[in-house]
Design a protein. Sequence first.
Length: 277
Amino acid sequence: MTMQTPTRLPVYFVSHGGGPWPWVDGMRQQFALTEKEFRNMPQRLAAKPKAVLMITGHWEADAFTVSTAERPPMEYDYSGFPAHTYSLQYPAPGAPALAARVRDLLGDAGIASAEDPRRGFDHGTFVPMALMYPEADVPVVLLSMKSSYDPAEHIRLGQALAPLRDEGVLIMGSGLTYHNMRGFGRPTSTPVASAFEAYLNDAITAPDAAVRNDKLVHWQEAPGARLAHPQEDHLIPLMVVAGAAGADVGHRLFVDQAMCVVMASYEFAHDPVAMTP
């Protein structure tokens, strides 16, 4: 696809589903809506991204850390799946120049960072990317969460990264709006997941970014917060995305339902009408 004149790209938080589900019979059918929506996401963009910056719920470090590999390896960070899912490949290139730009932006904002030349694609990264860009022709750089999980700090991180939206870089957070391994598949989890997602939706659709960010910082006050996220690793990428969104108001991109829980994905766009196909 020919690159168009750079425009401000939207930012996304996606619920990436369970493990390597697109390659597992039975699971793939459960996530049919997610598959359809991931495949359609590139059509929402006014221009093909020069690169993707991915903040995944499967990578955290003591300091914000950027992947610098030119050819990132694979990270099979799941267990109990069919043997073939441990040889999956998503050969998208890295983008060391983008990694350096990320570190420059963070430095300018007074945010310390590190780099990792060995970090590869976990399933929170390669699942959505393989469906969005199956030809693996869009470079991908990973940015870790900070293991403190401080939501305000991650919102500030996103704010520092916001200029990338005008430079052809698609910023994506990949996690889940519900992530309690003991709750998946239990009917008692359905109202918990729905109530918590309703709180998140109220937050991201707030017309005032300050109100939105305050609600996200205080996410533990939401109904069933710790039942939905006993550990918030899969929620924190949303904080980064919200920071990068700036004044843009969010909305539900889609909501899937699998394993007895809702799993929502969100879009923040500068011009949501123009972004909608």
